[in-house]
Design a protein around this ligand. Sequence first.
Ligand SMILES: O=P(O)(O)OC[C@H]1O[C@H](OP(=O)(O)OP(=O)(O)O)[C@H](O)[C@@H]1O
Ligand SMILES: Nc1ncnc2[nH]cnc12
Length: 179
Amino acid sequence: MAQHQGLVEKLDKVVRQYPDFPQKGILFRDVHPIMSDPAIRKELQDYYATQYQAQDIDVVVGLDSRGYYFGVPLADRLNVPFVPIRKGGKLPGATYKIEYAKEYGKDSLEIQIEAIKPGQRVVVLDDLLATGGTIGGACQLLEKVGAVIVACEFVIELVDLDGKKQIPQGVKYNSLLKY
Ligand SMILES: O=P(O)(O)OC[C@H]1O[C@H](OP(=O)(O)OP(=O)(O)O)[C@H](O)[C@@H]1O
Ligand SMILES: Nc1ncnc2[nH]cnc12
């Protein structure tokens, strides 16, 4: 049994599913109950801190918007910068931008060019991996700024959608709940 099996079971108990949200045919997996439960939230933050405290992480990256829930606390624990990758049109100054498709629609992502220096080691957090469009786009942006992607972390992975194939070869990824 994995050392974090207890955490996985607690997460599984609180994550709720909503059929036909935000569109017909989508089974939406909602992480917000994790945020509402201080004990589980802290256990998850402790888990991420344990995973990454010895990995020489320079920057924690979170994906708009649910990735911020998990990314900012990890950056606090590691005492490193947090850098958001935002939906298009939200970030001022010089940015790189990319268009991508996700499970329920098309979107765009942006990063501020100067937020990460070439060679900096980053870990990327998001709540959920579905088709992988979002993480694939995010990794392309991180490659453009010259980041070294140490790992991509998801609370939930929808395995049948095979989103992991969008993560660049050789980049580690991890998900806690697999549905
Ligand atoms: O693997 P994919 O098919 O790309 O889907 C996963 C993405 O979709 C959701 O974000 P969404 O764009 O709905 O934004 P939100 O976090 O602001 O709700 C989720 O938080 C992931 O970022
Ligand atoms: N099924 C799903 N549930 C929650 N967030 C999602 N993002 C993309 N697909 C999703």
